[in-house]
Each structure stands twice: as structure tokens, then as C-alpha cells.
Ligand binder design. Structure first.
Ligand SMILES: [Zn+2]
Ligand SMILES: [Zn+2]
Length: 316
């Protein structure tokens, strides 16, 4: 089967088809999304070498064990836990110390004709969700994770820093929840997408006279963290969604003096993300910059790297 392997460079190669181990399903990929994490992996993030890609929708072809999933269209949670540690037993496979992560850590990813994943990671996709929308379930779940981590009141003011794919999606989710969202970004076109759903948009963080109880940093740049500290009110919560290359130097005194909570936030549960899409509560069409055939991966990655691009999808 064809797969996109990263080993010093990204190339499409022919590799043997994956085989289902115990409790795994073999999934034929229909569509996959290019995430910033994929682009970071190409720059050395996680030191990962193998098949990249973790946002996908596909159809189950084979199952080791339960056959009721065969033929079903599915998406899959990307963290594969050991199944027996204290985290896995609490349903937190995404914090299992010996987890593998699809296309990111010790597990071949979704930019391939077929992948395997444990059955418990899979979620059938309702018919009302298109393939294009289904690819967003993974990043959407990462946005909803914030609501599992802190108690947020509807109507609360939230600043989101970063108008990339994730920042926009976070702003849209908070807006849907009823928060008063201010999105701070650099790209007029991307900000305009948010403005259409009633999100306040800003091209500078200097425009605010009042501070926010919640600031989400999703700019992908360490300078976003400095901005977040400038925007947060005493006793507020800064939510960090970006991973940065290397270390960040930061004046931590403000965090102490203003008693600020700093909360890291990564992957989330798929169930709520599926429900938001199933009931058409979130609209994603405008977040798609291109749908490119899998064989044209070079073109797809070139497009994904451009500054004004949002989500690029690979079609199989
Ligand atoms: Zn991702
Ligand atoms: Zn575990």
C-alpha cells in the first residue's frame, strides 16, 4: 500500500499493508487532514520517523474479534494506551505513560491507504456528517477538552490568541457555547471567517482596555504566551494549546503576583465533537483551503505551509 513516510524527508513509498493485532481494526482511509503538528514533525518535533498523519476518516475493512464494525465509516482517537494503568482504567488513555500516538509517537499514521487502530479508539460517524467534516473531529475534540478541564460560564469573556486552524476552531467552539469571544490574529481573511459568526476580531492585542478571565494561547508562537500574560486578569486562567520548539523564557513573577492559573491542554474526547457536527452546530466549510489527491502530497504540503492557508485535506 502507498504511505507518506517521514525519514529526513517526506516521500510516498510502497509499504506492506498493516495487519490487525488483537482487538484492532484495519481501516481504509477516505480522507485525512494536514495538521500543524504534521508540519512540526517534518521540522523534527517528537523525533518521529514513520508514516505521519492523525486526522482521518475511513471505513473498517477487517476486525480482529467483533465484526459489527466492518463496513462502518469511522474516526479514531489517536492515543493508544496500555489498557491497564491507572490512567487507562480511568478512561484517560491520552495520559497513559506508555501510550503510542497515531502518526506522532511509535505508531504509523493516517497518511497511508490503510491503518490499524484498537477497536476501542474507533467512533462510527453518523451519516449527517460529511467526510470533510469528520476529519475535523480530532481537532474539534481538542477544543472541547478545555471544557472538561475548567468550569467556564456561558457569557464569560474569552480571548483567543492565534487565527490559525486551531485558534479559529477554538474561537468558534467558545462562541457556540455562548461566551463573548475576542480573537486576536494577523490575517485579515482568517479573522473575517470568525467575524461572520459574531466573534469580535482584533489585529492587535493592544486594543483592549479591560482584561480577560480566560485567555487561550493557540498562536503556535512563544510570543503568544507573552501576549496572553498581558491580557489575563488577576486570578484568570491562561490555557496553552500551542507546543513550541525548544524552551520559552518567561517572567513568571506576574503569574505569582496576579495568581494566574496556567493550564496545558491537548487532546480531547471524540463523543462531544461528533455530537456538535451531527447536529450542525458548528460549520467548517470555510476552514477548508483545499482538497488534494493523496498522490499530489507535495502540492498539498506546499499549500498547507502557506501563511494564508487553513485546513488542507488529502483525498484517497
Ligand atoms: Zn492535529
Ligand atoms: Zn495505560
Amino acid at each position: 500500500m502507498k504511505a507518506l513516510i517521514f525519514e529526513n524527508e517526506l516521500k510516498q513509498v510502497e509499504i506492506p499493508e498493516s495487519e490487525c493485532q488483537n482487538n484492532e481494526a484495519l481501516i481504509k482511509i477516505k480522507m485525512a487532514g494536514i495538521c500543524n503538528t504534521d508540519i512540526e514533525i517534518l521540522a523534527g518535533y517528537m523525533n518521529f520517523h514513520g508514516v505521519i498523519g492523525h486526522e482521518f476518516v475511513g471505513v473498517v475493512e477487517e476486525v480482529a474479534g467483533d465484526s459489527s464494525l466492518i463496513g462502518k465509516r469511522v474516526v479514531g482517537e489517536i492515543n493508544i494506551g496500555c489498557g491497564s494503568c491507572e490512567y487507562c482504567l480511568r478512561g484517560l488513555q491520552r495520559h497513559c505513560p506508555s501510550r503510542n500516538v497515531l502518526g506522532i509517537f511509535q505508531k504509523n499514521g493516517a497518511f497511508a491507504e490503510k491503518i490499524t487502530l484498537p477497536i476501542q479508539n474507533l467512533f462510527p460517524v453518523p451519516d449527517t456528517i460529511t467526510d470533510e467534516e469528520a476529519v475535523f473531529i480530532e481537532p474539534l475534540a481538542a477544543c472541547i477538552e478545555i471544557f472538561e478541564q475548567i468550569h467556564i460560564l456561558p457569557g464569560e469573556s474569552v480571548a483567543v490568541i492565534g487565527d490559525g486552524k486551531l485558534g479559529l476552531l477554538i474561537a468558534i467552539v467558545f462562541n457556540q457555547f455562548g461566551c463573548r469571544v475576542s480573537l486576536i490574529g494577523k490575517h485579515r481573511d482568517k479573522l473575517a471567517i470568525a467575524a461572520k459568526s459574531g466573534i469580535e476580531i482584533h489585529q492587535s492585542d493592544k486594543e483592549f482596555s479591560t482584561k480577560f478571565p480566560i485567555v487561550v494561547e493557540a498562536s503556535g508562537n512563544a510570543s503568544g504566551l507573552v501576549k496572553a500574560l498581558a491580557l489575563i486578569r488577576p486570578r484568570g486562567t491562561i490555557i496553552l494549546k500551542s507546543t513550541y520548539h525548544g524552551e520559552v523564557s518567561l517572567d513568571t513573577s506576574k503569574i505569582v503576583i496576579d495568581e494566574i492559573n496556567v493550564l496545558g491542554s491537548r487532546c480531547g474526547r471524540f463523543g462531544p465533537a461528533i455530537r456538535l457536527l451531527e447536529h450542525k452546530l458548528i460549520h467548517l466549510d470555510e476552514l477548508i483551503s483545499g482538497i488534494v489527491p493523496f498522490d499530489d502530497y507535495i502540492k498539498a504540503f506546499e499549500l498547507a505551509r502557506q501563511k494564508n492557508t487553513l485546513k488542507v485535506l488529502l483525498k484517497f
